[in-house]
Design a protein around this ligand. Sequence first.
Ligand SMILES: N[C@@H](CCC(=O)N[C@@H](CS)C(=O)NCC(=O)O)C(=O)O
Length: 209
Amino acid sequence: MKLVIATPSPFARKARIALLEKGVAFEVEVDNPWNPGARAPAHNPLGKIPVLLDDGGEAIFDSRVIVEYAEARWPAPALLPSAPLARVAARRVEAVADGVCDAVVLIVLEHARPAALQSGDWIARQRAKVSAGVSALEAQLGHRRWFVEGAFGLADVAVGCMLGYLDLRLPAFAWRPGAPRLAAWFAQLEERPSFAATRPSAQPIDPVR
Ligand SMILES: N[C@@H](CCC(=O)N[C@@H](CS)C(=O)NCC(=O)O)C(=O)O
């Protein structure tokens, strides 16, 4: 089994951590979906990573589907609660975290365009989503140890991957002063073996015009 990733991608990291937490054996193939010669379009019509290639060669994407697949195939340890409404709560946290990542991706792509083509309004709109998302997660975490049902799970994985991506791609975005509980929580999470083994790193992006 092979997981196709990009080294900065929070979505790929989420899928990778889910598999690591479940103790599944898999290879990692590094792609750069933004650049010519990317492998992603051969597996996913949307040209996006992550893609999980199962032992039969079937391509499973996107990160949410990969997690669902992993939960079904390797149920223990569970990353999603079994109670339907608790599952919804976990997925909602994931939706906020993934949405912040989407906004950061759009900011990064905008910054990669020639300066004359960049839109300050567009960047400001995406930054507002990042701020609102981080604030909402700070409020939701409160004094809890984990986001949902007192147990580590997908919601925690998704938020941790989002914060790691924020630090990588927008290092000047000072989110910690406004989200001190999330900051302390994230510092501990980063020491977890699955997080420590998957630290994100930058890849160059060809300018998109
Ligand atoms: N919703 C998708 C998002 C995946 C995604 O946006 N991947 C980015 C890298 S972080 C990508 O491959 N983009 C290439 C493109 O849009 O052409 C998921 O959860 O897997």
